[in-house]
Structure formats: C-alpha cells, structure tokens
Ligand binder design. Structure first.
Ligand code: ADP
Length: 441
C-alpha cells in the first residue's frame, strides 16, 4: 500500500514539478499543456493496462500475466499472488474431493446422497448393488421409485431415524440390509446401507446348532432320567429286565459321551487358524491301523480289504488324519449291510495322495451329497441314531481336511454303495522312493 502511494504520488509530484517549471520558463499555457499531456499519457497507459488486464482475465492463464512496472506492476503482482493462492486452494480441494470419492468407492457399505425429495444425487458402487441403482442413468431419480418396499418408503418419510431399518430379500435375492439415515445438511440426506446377510446367516447357524445339540441330548437324558426314576421308586425288576434297563442306560450314556467328545473335537478344530503341522505319517502304518479299526467295528459282518499302492509319507497331524480317515471307515461299516464289501485304498495320483473308502452299502441320493459335511446333517436320522451316529462325523472330516488343504470327494448311488475319497495336496505328500507292487494289508 505504501509502495502503491509512493508510485502514484511520486508520478503526480513529478508532473506538477515539470508543469510548474514549464509555466515559469515558457508561460502558463505551456505549463497547462505539459500537465494535460501528462494526464493524457497516464490515461493512455491506464487504458492500455486495463485492456491487458481484461485480455488476461479472459484467457485466465497464470503464466501469461503481463508484468508492467510502477503502480500497475504492483496491482498485477497482487493479482498474481491471489490467483496463485486460489489455484493452490482449488488443487487441495480437488485432491480432498478425489480422496473422499475414492474412499466412498472402495467402502463396503453403501452410501447414497439424496435430496429433500428423495432424489438420488450421488451413490457409491456398493449402494448401486444394494439398491439396484445405475448412477449414470438414475441420477435425479427418486430412490423410492427404485426401492418400492412400503417400510422403506415410510422410513424415508420419517423425520427421526434413531433405529436402523432391516430389509431382507432385496432385489429378490438373499441379500439382507441394515439401513440408517444420517443427518447431513438441510436439503441433502445421507443413507448408509450395511450388508448383514452373512451376520444373519451366522446367527441362524448358531441358533440351529444350539437347537440341534439340545435335541440330540434330550432323548438320552429323558431315557436315562426315566429309568432312574423307576429305580428310585423302588420298583423291583426281574434280573433279566434290570440288565436290559442298565444296558440301555449305558448305551444312552455312551451316546451322550460320544456327542460331547465330537462336539469338543469339532470346536477344537474350528478354533485352529494355522495350517496343520507337517509331522511325517507313514501311509502304510496309518492304513494298517484303519484296516484294523474296520475289522473291529465290522466284527466279521463285512469283507474288509486294504490296498496300499505306494508306501508314501503324509505330512500332517497324525491324530487328526487318523480321526478323519477313521470317520470315513466307521461310516462305511455303519451304512453297509452285513455281507457287504469295504475297501480302503491309498495311492498317488499326479503327485496327490488319495485315500479312499469304498463300500457296497446303502448309498446316498445325489441331492444329499453337497450337504453331508454340514453339522448334524443326516440322510436318514433314524438309521444314523440306530448305528450310534451323532451327525458330526463328516463335519469333523471337513475341518481336518481344511486344516490340511485337502479335499473330500464323494461319489455314490443309492443301493449301490459309496466312495469317499480324500485328496491330499502334493505339498503334503512325500512319494515313496522305492516302487513296490500294491500291498494287500
Ligand atoms: P453320522 O454320525 O450320522 O454318520 P456323519 O456326519 O458321519 O454323521 O454322516 C452324515 C450322514 O451321511 C449320515 O447320517 C449318513 O446318512 C450319510 N453317510 C455318511 N457316510 C455314508 C456311507 N458310507 N454310506 C451311506 N451314507 C453315508
């Protein structure tokens, strides 16, 4: 400001001094002519600079700004500074906006900005999926036109939104959403949607699990409790009947014990989040144990065979492998009527170790196969109970295999028998260094 005044007053003072000198030397007319010439020159310069300013404002490029000297130079340099500052602020704002939009795009939650009349102003990709919006097409479209559910329309119309709204089966799918309106600005509102499909599914699984466990325990507890009551009432039972009653109590207690043990082992397996250890387990030893187990369970009712194609080494947790493979063997014995054949086999297939149990039992219809490893899933509940099954065997197998990066394959035909095969990954098998002909165990 001080510089600016110095320039203006300095110029004026020089003009007055020169004019006064002209007046003194050449007379008043020349003094006046000099002063007029000075003002004319100033007016011409200002007009030129204004035109320059106007031209620059139209082009509006920081680099092309004129750089005159004097008072106009000061004005332009102030303008230059202001422009630079504005450009920097704009850049920062643009970057912040881009960051915000980027965050909105990758956010797993849906975000929709709507105006006071529920018209869509902006939304992120998650919201497009949740509400079936196509932002390019549906901008300015009313959200209630796209989501016509009465409870949703009513929720948007409310003035208070303390609780979220739960919407199930969105767009005719299994998608469940929790929707919350968030205060935003006077004429814009923010709608946030959370996908709660998995949370609800997990909750259902948990409730089913508790119901199943209670159901499984209720029968044996009722049976044992009933007998104890009878005995407490002092009823004298024939020795043969008493033996039968005690036998039933023992088998029901055993059933509860099996269930609790399997539940504990399932919960232990589900709690493991690191891969199984890589302890060397000799396939021939494991196969011998499994064949022995099958023979003990069968008690001579089946023809049991064990075939070891190559004596490889499996890298895994030996107790878990024995329990998983053992469950497949137990099932084969359970679901194969007397006189049937059960064949256990270990072989290598393209580097993968394959353990399979083949039986000539009752078989399984194809619609049941994908659900066999669900907890408590049984094709025939009565038959499973009759044979001492808990419905947890294949769920345990699934967990053990997950722990070993292995997978289960099932092929079965009702009335023809089944083949349950476990495929151990290449990384968990050390192929035998020496070849030998298949060994019948
Ligand atoms: P369970 O204790 O009832 O045997 P599992 O989880 O081991 O429970 O098996 C689930 C169901 O799969 C069984 O109830 C049975 O219906 C079916 N299943 C399993 N293995 C066989 C098999 N080898 N042959 C026929 N059905 C089988």
């Amino acid at each position: 400001m001080k510089n600016f005044l110095r320039y203006v007053l300095g110029g004026l003072l020089s003009a007055l001094t020169v004019s006064f000198l002209m007046w003194a030397i050449l007379g008043p007319l020349w003094g006046l002519v000099t002063l007029c010439a000075f003002f004319a020159a100033v007016a011409a310069r200002d007009a030129w600079q204004l035109q320059e300013l106007n031209r620059w404002l139209r082009r509006h490029e920081l680099g092309s700004m004129p750089h005159p000297t004097g008072a106009w130079g000061l004005v332009f340099s102030q303008l230059f500074r202001l422009e630079k500052h504005t450009a920097q602020t704009q850049n920062k704002l643009r970057e912040a906006l881009e960051r915000f939009q980027q965050a909105g795009i990758v956010l797993p939650n849906g975000v929709v900005v709507i105006d006071a009349s529920d018209r869509i102003q902006w939304c992120n990709p998650s919201a497009e999926t949740h509400f079936g919006i196509d932002l390019k097409q549906d901008r300015e479209q009313s959200l209630t036109y796209l989501v016509r559910r009465p409870e949703f329309v009513e929720y948007l119309a409310q003035t208070q939104h303390d609780d979220p709204l739960i919407l199930r089966r969105m767009q005719g799918t299994s998608l469940s959403l929790s929707i919350q309106m968030v205060p935003y600005s006077n004429n814009q509102r923010l709608l946030v949607s959370y996908d709660i499909t998995q949370v609800e599914k997990d909750e259902r699984v948990r409730q089913d699990f508790v119901a199943n466990v209670s159901h499984e325990l209720r029968t044996p507890i009722t049976v044992v409790g009933g007998f104890i009551e009878t005995l407490l009432e002092g009823e004298t039972l024939e020795p043969a009947l008493l033996r039968r009653v005690l036998g039933t109590m023992q088998s029901q207690t055993q059933r509860m014990q099996n269930l609790v043990e399997e539940l504990l082992s399932l919960s232990r397996l589900e709690g493991q989040h690191t891969p199984a250890p890589e302890t060397p387990v000799a396939a021939d030893l494991l196969m011998r144990q499994l064949v022995q187990m099958a023979e003990q369970l069968s008690k001579g009712r089946h023809e049991v065979r064990g075939i070891l194609k190559t004596p490889d080494i499996i890298l895994g947790a030996d107790n878990e492998l024995l329990s998983a493979f053992g469950n497949l063997v137990t099932n084969a014995v359970r679901y194969t009527p007397e006189g049937g054949k059960i064949t256990l086999q270990w072989e290598l297939e393209r580097g993968e170790g394959v353990f399979s149990v083949q039986d000539t039992g009752i078989g399984i219809a194809s619609e049941h196969i994908p659900r066999l490893t669900e907890r408590f899933y049984r094709v025939d509940l009565a038959r499973s109970r009759e044979t001492g099954g808990t419905g947890l065997g294949l769920a345990i197998v699934k967990q053990v295999l997950l722990h070993h990066d292995a997978r289960l394959e099932v092929s079965s035909q009702p009335g023809q028998g089944s083949i349950f095969s476990v495929r151990m990954p290449v990384a968990r098998v050390i192929a035998a260094t020496h070849t030998q002909s298949a060994l019948n165990l």
